[in-house]
Design a protein around this ligand. Sequence first.
Ligand code: ADP
Ligand code: MG
Length: 348
Amino acid sequence: MSEVLVRFADVSKSYDGRVQAVAGLDLEVMRGEVLTLLGPSGSGKTTTLMMLAGFEDPTAGRIELEGVRIDTLPPHRRGIGVVFQNYALFPHLSVAQNLAFPLSIRRMGRAEIAGRVARALEMVRLRGFGDRRPQQLSGGQQQRVALARALIFTPSLVLLDEPMGALDKQLREELQGEIRRIHAETGVTMVHVTHDQSEALTLSDRIAVFDQGRIQQIGTAEEVYERPANLFVAGFIGENNRLDAVVLDAGHLRLADGTVLGCAPHGLRPGAPVVASIRPERAVAGGILAGRVLEVVYLGDHCRLRLAFGGREDFMVRVPRRNGAVLGTAHPFAISADAVRVFATDSA
Ligand code: ADP
Ligand code: MG
């Protein structure tokens, strides 16, 4: 996975000449990877995808596919498959005719089209559904047809914009499984947009976290989860406790209630105001820290405790069982130094 397939070079897009929907985007998509653009609504994910597909023009910068500039080409000359959230199948055509469409506009022969349609139906496990109309299929089945239609002309790149957005949880997980399997079978490069972090963690080789038209961090799921680059990423991916603190020395900080935590405030001076970010699962039961239990939520495979700690009353920890967590009593725990991420307060 070291060959660059797509390159955005300093790409910006403004729809109204004032607000930058995408601002100075530099991004490389590697051949064969599943790259997810993850971010809140309005952060520029769809705009990025639409510029790559050719449905929107960049205001500035250039986009290359296999080293060739494509931002000046119309969508159908880019050879990119696209799947949108709203199924966008042709309602008056059968499933087989929907699948044949991208092939007939590429002037492929009848026999080859028939063969490809059959294989595509097979790939998304819809053999026997070729004669149905889209409205005779469930939402999940319609999205599988859309996926097959995006792949049928064997593009080097497939773009998926919130493809599970309209599906309920179970169908979403099913389609995620299909996408993973198809990616493993075909090796096709995928750029996938979602605002759902668990979907991003499930599907992606790498995640680009977007906010306000900019990539805040790009890396593997583990990198963005374990080593968030700033407070935005720390807060957007996974759950986080944020505690106001002050740097004491190279190995410690002090919380608002006076508690001293071991940490690595890399380069921040003593006295610097910071935010300490701690995942609920990294506060391990048993230890010299303690918080008064304000709330216990039983969640089956674990419990969540809300504690008074660090000058706050919303410090969340995870514990495997309800055992010992009694409202109003002290819950002892430990936080190892490597579980404390320290951000200068202006890094949000
Ligand atoms: P996302 O997909 O991350 O939700 P978008 O790329 O759709 O974000 O939108 C980024 C920004 O561009 C938002 O501020 C949005 O309001 C604006 N925007 C998106 N599409 C249009 C459009 N067609 N016309 C004007 N503004 C738009
Ligand atoms: Mg969008």
